[in-house]
Design a protein around this ligand. Structure first.
Ligand code: SF4
Length: 413
């Protein structure tokens, strides 16, 4: 399948058994929004995220109670068969929490360190060193995660002053990007000086503006070979957050930049946290980098579809595929490569259906009430009657059994 022209070479990092970078497929990760000290709620949400397909889950570790909860959460997840790596998100007092809670340091698969929030002035160096020494002791990787909302002010001020005194000053935005990149690279260099291997270091440089994000990661990617975590920070809610994240990350991924991604969506109140995982998967899948779920191609409908039959069928089929996938993944290896088309009329219906593994072209307004079905490009049946949807679902199930069942599938093609 098509992908980026050339994937950027990065040093691979093993995060609790999940390879990030070094040529490994781009990894999907997410973050809980529960109070980590609330063990039940956090376990429940990590399970939801892992079931949705998050391959790494980050949790907040902000105080003693949450640090104490981490090993219990880890054990409880393991007892239920969830071995998804947990990443601890530390700000301000990470050095103290990891020192005071060795079981937390051991249970986590990676520590996220924000160089802008490690400490100030003289304390910054010693507290950063403590974090790295603990990571070295427990053989854990770290993500040095710079965020422009908490950028190292001393570094930014120094670069701004140098720029103001320069004969060829650059824009304030460019200075800010430089400060973000330098914060990440100088921290990584310091971590290496403290004995950390390059295969234990990931970097991220998150901003909330799409063009700045693209520029900052392009520059960072050209200046180092550390594995990179991509994310548009504070992406926002709903379609705005999805579009902004997809635009920014899609461009970078297409350029071969990025080893792991997170879509930082703000959920609706009471909304589903797993949406960020689904969006990340759909982004990678729609660009042809990875495959997670069978794809349903459906036309948008128009004046030729005055009934909702085909919308209902498209949704039915997509829901059926999504809910069946946990079981099918085991039973039908390669089923995630399946493509299904549900089309609204004769204009593009037969043509699009022929491109899918199995497709149906429903009758548009004024057409004969018959729905041709195509399998691997060939018309195999014409469905009629009120139960066309059920007939088609049965045909999809039969196709999956035939193509992906009993190890006879040729899904890797
Ligand atoms: S395939 Fe037919 S119903 Fe669907 S958008 Fe095209 S013309 Fe309209």
């Amino acid at each position: 399948m098509a992908g980026p022209a050339a994937r950027r070479q990065s040093v691979g990092v093993n995060v609790g058994g999940v390879m990030v970078g070094g040529g490994a497929p781009v990894v999907v990760q997410s973050m809980t929004n529960t109070d980590t000290a609330d063990i039940d709620a956090t376990v429940r949400q990590v399970m939801q995220l892992a079931r949705a397909g998050s391959e790494i889950v980050r949790i907040t570790v902000d105080r003693d109670e949450s640090a104490a909860a981490v090993p219990i959460i880890r054990d409880r997840l393991a007892s239920m068969g969830y071995d998804v790596p947990l990443v601890g998100d530390f700000h301000y007092i990470g050095h103290k929490l990891l020192t005071d809670h060795p079981a937390c340091a051991e249970a986590l698969a990676k520590y996220r360190i924000n160089p802008g929030n490690v400490g100030f002035k003289a304390k910054r160096d010693t507290q950063f060193a403590t974090l790295i020494e603990i990571a070295n002791r427990y053989d854990k990787p770290v993500r040095i995660g710079v965020n422009w909302g908490s950028l190292d002010e001393e570094l930014l001020t120094r670069l701004m002053d140098e720029n103001a005194a320069s004969d060829t000053p650059i824009s304030a935005a460019a200075v800010q990007r430089e400060a973000i990149i330098q914060s990440a690279l100088l921290s990584a260099q310091r971590a290496e000086e403290l004995g950390m291997g390059r295969d234990k270091i990931l970097l991220s440089t998150k901003v909330s503006d799409v063009q700045h994000l693209i520029a900052v990661y392009q520059d960072l990617a050209a200046r180092c070979d550390y594995a990179l975590h991509l994310g548009l920070t504070e992406a926002g809610m709903g379609s705005k957050g999805i579009v902004a994240s997809s635009a920014a990350l899609g461009i970078l991924l297409q350029q071969g930049i990025g080893d792991t991604i997170r879509i930082s969506l703000t959920p609706e109140p009471g909304g589903d946290r797993t949406t960020e995982v689904k969006v990340a998967q759909e982004l990678l899948q729609t660009m042809g980098f990875r495959q997670f779920l069978p794809v349903v191609a459906a036309c948008p409908g128009c004046g030729r579809t005055t009934s909702t039959t085909f919308q209902t069928l498209a949704k039915d089929i997509q829901d059926h595929l999504n809910t069946s996938m946990p079981e099918w993944r085991e039973r039908y290896p390669g089923v995630e490569t399946l493509s299904v088309a549900v089309m609204g009329c004769i204009v593009n219906g037969p043509g699009e259906s022929k491109h899918a593994n199995i497709g149906i072209s429903l009758p548009g307004t004024g057409e004969t009430p018959a729905a041709p079905v195509f399998v691997d490009g060939q018309k195999v049946a014409t469905l009629r009657g009120a139960d066309v949807a059920d007939q088609f679902k049965t045909m999809v199930a039969d196709y999956i059994e035939r193509k992906f069942g009993s190890g006879e599938q040729d899904a890797a093609e």
